[in-house]
Design a protein around this ligand. Structure first.
Ligand code: AMP
Length: 139
């Protein structure tokens, strides 16, 4: 973020208005201004990291707790029992605001939005080496 406040920091600080849903010491949550479906909500750490892997353990765990609590309330209010939680990192992955955020998107029977992808079969030889390497990198 190189010194400049992100859009979401400006929202958290009240410089830009938002439809606030939840706030504590570490997390801020508000309605997405261009919802994919009714109730589409963003959950943002106050820590201004750009990508998920850059977050402090404290922010990451606080986000996890807030996501579960906020999702529960969205389900109760909207009456849906299906929803997606998505989180984009990097422009290639569709991130447009470079301050970590999770989308909670209710899925209604009539919802037109799609969050699906074409898949391939996992190569089991390659998979064991890949799993070993990734697991070695976790600190
Ligand atoms: P992403 O593409 O994952 O980076 O998502 C960014 C999200 O931020 C989009 O869904 C936007 O609609 C949303 N957004 C951008 N500006 C605002 C704003 N001022 N208030 C609420 N949501 C916003």
């Amino acid at each position: 973020m190189k010194g400049e406040k992100s859009l979401f920091t400006r929202i958290i600080e009240g410089e830009i208005p938002s439809f606030k849903i939840y706030e504590n010491e570490h997390v801020y949550s508000f309605l997405d201004i261009n919802p994919a479906s009714y109730g589409h909500t963003l959950v943002v750490p106050k820590e201004p990291a750009s990508s998920l892997h850059e977050l402090s353990p404290e922010s990451a765990s606080e986000l996890g707790m807030a996501l579960a609590k906020i999702s529960k309330s969205i389900l109760e209010v909207t009456g849906v029992d299906s929803y997606n939680v998505i989180q984009n990192n990097g422009s290639e992955a569709g991130q447009t605001v470079f301050h970590v955020h999770f989308h909670i998107i209710p899925k209604y029977p009539h919802s037109a939005h799609q969050l699906t992808w074409d898949s391939v079969k996992l190569d089991s030889e390659d998979a064991s080496e890949l799993a070993r390497k990734i697991s070695m990198g976790i600190v």
